[in-house]
Write a protein that binds this ligand. Sequence first.
Ligand SMILES: Cc1cc2nc3c(=O)[nH]c(=O)nc-3n(C[C@H](O)[C@H](O)[C@H](O)COP(=O)(O)O)c2cc1C
Length: 164
Amino acid sequence: MVSARGKLAGYGYTLDRLLDIEREKILKMHELANEFISYDYYVFVSPMWNLNSPAILKAYIDNLFIAGKTFAHTINGPKGLLMNKKAIHLQTRGGQYTGTPMEALESGDRYLKIALRFLGIEVADSVITEGFDINPLKVPEILAQGQENARIAAKDFALNPVTV
Ligand SMILES: Cc1cc2nc3c(=O)[nH]c(=O)nc-3n(C[C@H](O)[C@H](O)[C@H](O)COP(=O)(O)O)c2cc1C
């Protein structure tokens, strides 16, 4: 996949000049990107793992960065092509980061927002539900608050639709 990407982007190869295995891998990547592009609203849900998101989420996002399809190189720098689309991220955390010095270390929600904005998508404020591991007795309470916050965010999505 990496060599196919290099040949297409860096050396201007056409698909038919790739090795069969390269073509197969790159077409799978385009298939995932096409599916993603076909939607107008995205809801990402992920736990914080070691200050970031689980690796599979990063791997998924890696399939969406396709020059000429989801973003373009312009003389003014890269430009996202996925306009009029909205996303939200629901993230859960074992610890407490919001309002603490730990906040600056959070990299999963931050990266996801940066990546989606890079592609042109409008990203709403994330719904963060945190403190599960440090407040085991309060889990039902934390969960109920997280669910309520998610409902509010869903209403905001519904009341402010994108122009398609
Ligand atoms: C491998 C792993 C790493 C984790 N790293 C963090 C972390 O860095 N910070 C944190 O607050 N919670 C961390 N957690 C706790 C999870 O964020 C927490 O269990 C999760 O958000 C709750 O959702 P779940 O029920 O889907 O696991 C980690 C959990 C796992 C399994």
